[in-house]
Write a protein that binds this ligand. Sequence first.
Ligand code: GLU
Length: 288
Amino acid sequence: MPPVFRFAPSPNGLLHLGHAYSALLNFDRAREAGGRLLLRIEDIDATRCRPEFEAAIYEDIAWLGIAWETPVRRQSEHLAEYRTALEKLSALGLVYPAFESRAEIARLVTAREADGPWPRDPDGAPLYPGHAKSLTDDERARLIASGAPYALRLDMAAACGVAGLSWNELGEGPGGERGTVPARPETWGDVILARKETPTSYHLSVVVDDALQGVSEVVRGQDLFHATSVHRLLQALLGLPQPAYRHHGLIRDGEGRKLSKSDRSTGLRELRAAGMTPAGIRQLVGLG
Ligand code: GLU
């Protein structure tokens, strides 16, 4: 079976040089390995994703000279599949609803920090500080019936019964990690798997899709290196195969900052309008 690669952008803005690098690396890897390249549109966040950004993705990566298989998988069209995976985790007793708003969570963290620093996840966000896990069934039922919004969280302490997980890192983590990397999902705390209105999250849908699409090598930026710990845990809990991972360094701006979709100077559209060619983009990201 030929290896399967995927480029999985979110249509919440225009692509920049960092996306071009990731897409070109996937394309090059697929070509050198005699593999297939899929394109997946990660559009579960209906508030931020827009059809014109999706159209721009197709146009920009075609301009770069990248060819991908069709039909393209659009996550918003597969919510039922994510719901099935979520129900499987719920049936294992690993999911609970948490009703705190973002503001309440921030207040709880501030209160906890009176006694010293509150732990943060690898992205720097505070771990979930609430007590929703210990609500009784009656309290949960009452809150749900009241129409209160909620997030469905993974009971990480219970889920981490799956010990000894690791992944095969073909690229490099931000700390130089490579080869067999031990997964540390506990560093993320009780991650959100879904919300009242959306039966999925980034972590859940990426794991379900990579398995359904038979992805064998995930090529993506180092900003997602630590998220792989959560992905490995979900794969183990859901009985899904594990791909190999190749995390790549991030393209940074002149000040060493991660590129952002809102920064015009590194946008593919702007560079193209300024006369840059696809070969020039390759040069710029070090793939010339
Ligand atoms: N959709 C994610 C992003 O645009 C990438 C997900 C992945 O490659 O796992 O950052």
